[in-house]
Design a protein around this ligand. Sequence first.
Ligand SMILES: [Mg+2]
Length: 536
Amino acid sequence: MFKQQSDSRGGETALTRYSFRLGHLVELHSTQAALVLAREVAERETLEARLAKLEIETAHNALRVEMEEHLQAQSRLAYLATHDALTGLPNRTLFSARFGQEMEDARRQDRKLALFYLDLDNFKDVNDTLGHAVGDALLQNVSARLQHTIRDGETVARLGGDEFALMQVGTVSAPQVSALAGRIIEVLGKPFSIDKRQIFIGVSIGVTLFPDDAEEMEVLHRNADLAMYGAKSDGRNCFKFFDNSMNNEVHRRACLEQAMREPTLSTQLRLAFQPQVNLNSGHVSGVEALIRWTHPTLGVIAPDEIIPVAERSGLIIDIGAWVLRESCRQAMRWREAGHEHLTIAVNVAAAQFQNGDMPRLVADVLAETGLPASWLELEITETGIMHDMRGAAETLVALHQQGVHLAIDDFGTGYSSLSYLRQLPVQRIKIDRSFVNSVPGDADAEAMVTMIAKLAQALRLEVVAEGIESRPQADFVRGAGCTFAQGYYYGRPAYALPPPGFMTGVSLGIDLEQGIATQGCVPEDAQQLELVPWTR
Ligand SMILES: [Mg+2]
């Protein structure tokens, strides 16, 4: 019983111990499983954390790239907004900003500044004849040369087209401005080698000084522009300082533009006629119609002023058509009065020639007036043709096919060559008065007149010498081989009708030794011509 008790006690203990150990094992096992699980969770969380970190890094990088791109785009935009795309030079906006800053500095330090405006000479011809690609390359080359010519702190900008602006800073004085302008003219005067061609251009420069000429930027820009136009009209490839008389010219131009829009213009315009003389026969062979404008308060306005004003005001097409129509009517009146061998020469402005549909207008006017086409001669300047050679050639051919005669006016002042003109249906060239004025005596002018006359003869073109005012001039051009002449020596423009004083020369013959300057010529202000009023 004791043993059994003892065994029974011992059995309980073993069972308890076993259960305890089993419980401990189970506990251990579950702890282990929990640990494994915990480790797995931890590992997963670490992985997730890594992934999240990676994602954040990726997003951060993307954001950085995006921001960099944005900044680049922004600075590119800022660059484009302030620089010229073709040449890379600063544009007007950046130039104005820098100029404004320089003006402030100069004001504080009591210094001067010079503003240059540059406009290339003959650039349009290059573009028209050699194409835009060559024109663009030329502008890039010009820009590079200009940038090499300026010093640190100075800015050269492209304002647009073939116009550039430049500011000279530091110790600016008239001699220094002249020196820089001279340098620019020299640098741009050297040939440009583009597309295996040698291209020659020039530059016209206008300069204005701050604060001497003006203290406001806008006024300085206008001054420099005016001075540049002054340089252009002074014969190009030169520079000119602004002076106040240029403002007066602008004022006059504005007055004239306004006057041209007055409804009474039709009563102020008239035509005068100047004889053209055949130097072989001594007879008046034709007349050139010249427009005259007398304004009640501005007085007589020179023909040189009328055309540019008419072009700017847009009236050139209407006025040109009126001149043509009235000239043809007048020529018919003379023919009906018995002067059947008189041609009528009518000037055609470049704008008319380019936009006026001349062939249609001429056909209409000839039909209306009944004037035979061969008695009408149209005078076109070289520049009028050179602006758009292909278009000009088409128009000239169309006019020629109608039987109209064509003459190149002011020959020698443009850039065309006789050999090129030979390809156009032109019958006549008129040697510019600037050459005739200087003969005899000026060797260059003498050579020019003689050469043009000889070449024209070889090409079977008639030559008219314009602006003959004296016997020596008349003798020289006759000797040089000019067949026709025109000028005060032979007859001033006249309004007279019928017939104008110089018409006596048609039937009587002009004394080529004496001219008719004092005999039989009626000054244009002596008599009124009966003309149909000009109407818009
Ligand atoms: Mg003319």
